[in-house]
Design a binder for this molecule. Structure first.
Ligand code: NAP
Length: 486
């Protein structure tokens, strides 16, 4: 590792943050964080135990009443300050994120900017937690509705967006007056640890945010989730783990938010501008090395333009530079680990074995790091596994359709319903198809939907609840109704 990269890693406090204090794990256990571009160890950090998890929840519960009573103006100012701090520190934070997660520094900067927007947006929301007062049906009563913080929250985040998946939860929780314990993924905990330092620098009171890192997610989460003082569980990750957590949350009837897996269709109609669609496809497919819940997983293209679309997409994807994300000019970093690379390779091999053709890429790269070549597949058969499974890699399977009805059926043929992309220049068709798609979000002639000011979330097996937009703060607020006799 270069000296400047080493300095960035050494600048992270690898301890647990509990009640405003940085401390080692009980028993002194540590876990290793790896650089996916080399397979080498970046550093050792604290490996929390269930006792540490309980201590973190104790701290959040102790801080809750004081934090709920703080002035919304003060919470808004703090959120503005963190937004600014992230902007000032973006260069250093981007290198850190790239070292632990792999994507290019440019992409890490984009994630940090996106992550910071949840602080700016929620600074406004802190002042807009509106209730209402209105007449009741009878002359003797009035209805008063107020919003109050839910209470202590437990947040579990995935490795693919190490900071933004946390700020989508932390921003509204701070605005609403909730305290929290957050557990980032063990593969990419460093960006969240650094963000916690920044929040302390901005003046977040002790105990409002507590961070635990652990190699035993289930063991440290169970005592928190089963504790009757916890009021909310918010999770971003796979549907499989989300389902387990919903079961565990049922015991305490916890308020839950679940941002789960996706299998996004990218539909290109014959009236679309093919170059625009290819441009959008590059974003929808290649953002985050394809390791995004919003990643276009299946391309359904009208048969009249499918060859042109696939050829142009393969030219663009085949020209991308693959390498260590910290190096200049690199577009595509490694996948997160060997398991993920093997899974992508298996999906591609399965499709090719069943008759698909690779227009570019098609294989993992030999040598250190978990690199996979950007790949475009055509002639993908119905039974190829990558049509039903989340690929989470730089692989674009292209299929064809003939009619609008066929395209809608193909797009909806999944248990997931997070995001869909449609390219068409026919406004009536655009609206018709948007209405017919079973999905929480749609990119209409646009390959990116993520936006702090919009409600992000899915239907079907993609989740429960929304993060961001006017809706996001309601995940952290309870509604209380007072019946008033006048
Ligand atoms: P994952 O395996 O479900 O892990 C997500 C988080 O859950 C990690 O922090 C993980 O900890 C933790 N975890 C795992 N098992 C647990 C358990 N039994 N109890 C408590 N926590 C547990 O998902 P991932 O591989 O990190 O992320 C990829 C998935 O996330 C994809 O399916 C993707 O679509 C989805 N995702 C969805 C959204 C969205 O907004 N809808 C956004 C991003 C990603 P450790 O890893 O530390 O063990």
């Amino acid at each position: 590792m270069a000296a400047d990269e080493r300095a960035v890693i050494e600048g992270v406090n690898g301890q647990l943050l509990i009640g405003g204090e940085w401390r080692d794990a009980t028993g002194g256990g540590t876990l290793s964080v790896e650089d996916p571009s080399t397979g080498g160890t970046l550093c050792e950090i604290a490996d929390a135990t269930p006792d540490d998890a309980k201590a973190a929840l104790d701290a959040a519960c102790d801080a809750q009443a004081g934090w709920a009573a703080s002035a919304p103006n003060d919470r808004a100012s703090l959120l503005h300050d963190v937004f600014k701090l992230l902007g000032e520190r973006v260069e250093e934070l981007a290198v850190l994120m790239t070292l632990e997660m792999g994507k290019s520094v440019a992409e890490s900067k984009a994630e940090i900017t996106y992550a910071s927007e949840f602080f700016r947006w929620n600074a406004g929301e802190a002042l807009r937690m509106e209730g209402y007062y209105k007449p009741a049906g009878n002359a003797a009563s009035r209805v008063l509705v107020m919003r109050q913080p839910v209470g202590p929250c437990y947040m579990i985040t995935p490795w693919n967006f190490p900071m933004a998946m946390g700020t989508r939860k932390i921003g509204p929780a701070i605005a609403a007056g909730c305290t929290m314990v957050i557990k980032p993924a063990q593969l990419t905990p460093l960006s969240m640890l650094k963000l916690a330092e920044l929040l302390q620098d901005a003046g977040l009171p002790d105990g409002v945010l507590n961070v635990i890192t652990s190699s035993s997610s289930g063991a440290v989460s169970a005592p928190i989730i089963s504790d009757p003082r916890l009021r909310k569980l918010t999770f971003t990750g796979s549907t499989e783990v989300g389902q387990k957590l919903i079961e565990q949350s049922a015991q305490g009837v916890l308020k839950t938010s679940m941002e789960l897996g996706g299998n996004a269709p990218f539909v290109v109609f014959e009236d679309a501008d093919v170059d625009d669609a290819v441009e959008g496809a590059m974003i929808a497919k290649m953002r985050n090395v394809g390791e995004a819940c919003t990643s276009a997983n299946r391309f359904h293209v009208h048969e009249d333009i499918a060859e042109e679309f696939a050829t142009k997409l393969a030219e663009r994807m085949g020209a991308l530079k693959v390498g260590r994300g910290v190096e200049d000019g690199v577009d595509v970093g490694p996948l997160i680990d060997d398991d993920q690379r093997s899974k992508v390779a298996e999906l591609v091999d399965d499709a090719v074995g069943k008759g698909a053709k690779a227009l570019c890429g098609g294989a993992a790269r030999d040598g250190a790091g978990y690199f996979f070549e950007p790949t475009v597949l055509t002639d993908v058969p119905d039974d190829a596994n990558l049509l039903t499974e989340e690929i989470f890699g730089p692989v674009a399977p292209v299929r064809t359709f003939r009619t609008e009805e066929e395209a809608i059926d193909a797009a909806n043929a999944t248990e997931y319903g997070l995001v869909s992309y449609i390219y068409t220049n026919d406004i009536k068709r655009g609206i018709r198809v948007c209405e017919a798609l079973e999905t929480g979000m749609i990119g209409l002639n646009q390959g990116l939907v993520s936006n702090a000011g919009a409600p992000f979330g899915g239907v079907k097996a993609s989740g429960i609840g929304r993060e961001g937009g006017n809706e996001g703060i309601f995940e952290y607020l309870e509604t209380k109704y007072v019946a008033i006799n006048v």
